[in-house]
Design a protein around this ligand. Sequence first.
Ligand SMILES: [Fe+2]
Length: 600
Amino acid sequence: MTGKYVIRVATGDSLLAGSTNLVQLWLVGEHGEADLGKLLRPLREKKTEVEIDIPFHLGRLLLVKLRKHKSLLNFDWFCKWITVQGPGNQGEVLFPCYSWIQDDRILSRSVSDDPQNLFKKYREQELEDRRKAYRWGSWKDGLILPLTTCPQLTSSVQVCDSWKDDDLFGYQFLNGANPMLLRRSTSLPARPPGMEELRTQLNKELQAGFLFEADYTLLDGVKPNIIIFKQQYVAAPLVMLKLQPDGRLLPMVIQLQPPRHGCPPPLLFLPSEPPMAWLLAKTWVRSSDFQLHQLQSHLLRGHLMAEVISVATMRSLPSLHPIYKLLIPHFRYTMEINILARNNLVSEYGIFDLVVSTGSGGHVDILQRATACLTYRSFCPPDDLADRGLLDVKSSLYGQDALRLWEIISRYVHGMVGLFYKSDKAVKQDSELQAWCREITETGLQGAQDRGFPLSLESLDQLCHIVTMCIFTCTGQHASAHLGQLDWYSWIPNGPCTMRKPPPISNAVTEKDIVDSLPDLHQARMQKTFIKFLGRRQPVMVALGQHKEKYFSGPGPQAVLQQFQEELAVMDREIKVRNAGLDLPYEYLQPSMVENSVTI
Ligand SMILES: [Fe+2]
C-alpha cells in the first residue's frame, strides 16, 4: 500500500540535546527502502512531526536510518525515539533510540531484536563506530582498564570537528569571540607585496567591495614571553578575506609578519598551499586573535572601560542625580572583578605570565598600544560598524544585533533623560553632569578628547549619546567579547594561548611542526581551566534591563523601564526564531544572555 507516513521524532530534554543540523531519514520495510531526504531539524525540547507521501509499498516497517549532516558546525543530537504511522490500518511503530547522533555517520534503529539477523551490516557498522568512540586506555600498570580520553567525549562545542575549515576560520571574524577586528578594505594593503596574480585577485575583490582584512599589526614587535626557561613566540599577521555572495567570508592570503626593511619579504600563505602549511598559518592567526581578543576587545574595551565609567560616576554624581540612578545598575561587581583580574590574570606571575605568549610584560605593551586606539566612535556600534564597512554585511550577526541593541538602549535613555532634562540649556547648566563628562574623558581615559570623547555636554542629544555608550559598553560591548570564550577557546588549536615555535618560513610544514608549535599539555590544561572559569554561564545573573532595584520614584521612570524590558523581550524572541533556522546560532547579544553589568 502506498500513501502517507507520519513520522514523529522526540529530542532529549537536556540543554545541549537539540541540534540545528539537518537530519536525513530513511524508512526500510520488508519490500524496500525509501530515502526521505533531509527533512528534520531537531531542536531542543520539541517533538518534530513530518508527513510524507511515499509512492511505493514498503510493507511491514522494519528499520529507520538516521544521518545528521555536518554543516558549518556540528551539534550532536540526542534522539529519544521515533515513531512512524503508516498508511491504512498499519499501527504506529515505535523505534526507541535514546542515543546521541554524531558526525555524518548513519545510525539505524530496528523495530525488533532482529532474531533473523536481517540487519547484520547495520549492527556491525554500529559496533565499529562505538569502538572508535569508546577506546580502552591505561592509567597505571596492574590496574583494570579505564576509558581512554577521547576528544569526541570531552569537547563542549563541536569546534574540534571543524576548526580546520576555511569557512569556520572566516566565520569567526564576523561572529566569533572577537568580532571587533574585521574591516572592509578601502585600498590594497601595503602588505602583502608581490605575487602579481594574487594582487589582481585582491584588486578584483576590492573593486567589487568584497575585500576584507584582519590586521594584527598592533602585535608587531611585542616582546614574547619566556615560560619556564623556554622562549615563546608572537607574530603580527595580516589576513585578507573575500565575502562570498552567500555571506561566507573566506581567507585569500595570510602573511604572518610585516615586511621589514632590508629583509626578504615574508612568505605569503595561500589556501592552495600544502594543507599543513595553510593550517599552521591559520593557527598562527587564531593565536594572534586570542591575544588581541583577550587584551584589547575583552579586558580593555569591556572590563577596564566599564570601570572608568563606573569610577567616574561614583566620583562625580551624587546618589540623587538622575544619571547616577540610570547608570548604577550597570556597575554591579565591575570593580570587584577587575581587581581580581589585575591581581590574578594580568599580574606578575598571573595567568598571562604563566601560559600566554604575550605575558611577562608584552601584554601591558599591547594594552598601552590599544589604549591609543580607543576612539569614541569605536564604542558606538552605528559609527563603528560604518567605519569598518560592516553595516550592510548580512552575515555579520554581531553587527545586526549590536545595532539593534544600541537602538533599544538609546530609546530607553532618551525616555529616561527626557523625564529630567527639558532643554539643551538644562544639560549645559548641570555642573555635576559636566564634571562627570570631564572625569571620564580627561581623567579616567587620560585625555581622550583627541579621540572624539566629549569634554563637555552641550545638548540633550549629546547627553543621551554618551549615556547610551556607557550602558552599551557595560552590557552588549562586554557580552559580545566575553560570551564566546567557552565556545571558541575550549578547543585549544582554535585559539592557542601561546606558540612554542617561531612562525614558519617555508611551506614545508609537517604535522609535528604544528603539534610542536601549539601549547604543551600543561599550558593547554591551564587554558582550558581559566577559559572554563571565565567563560562559564553565571549561575546567578541579572540580564540586561532586569534589575529589581528601584532607584527612581514615581510612575514615569518605571513606565520607561517597562517599555525597555518589552523591547528587549521582543528582540530576544526574534533572535531565538532567527537562530532556530541557522546552522550556527549567534547568541552573544541575545538580551536574555547579556548581563546587566560586567561581573566576570
Ligand atoms: Fe569578561
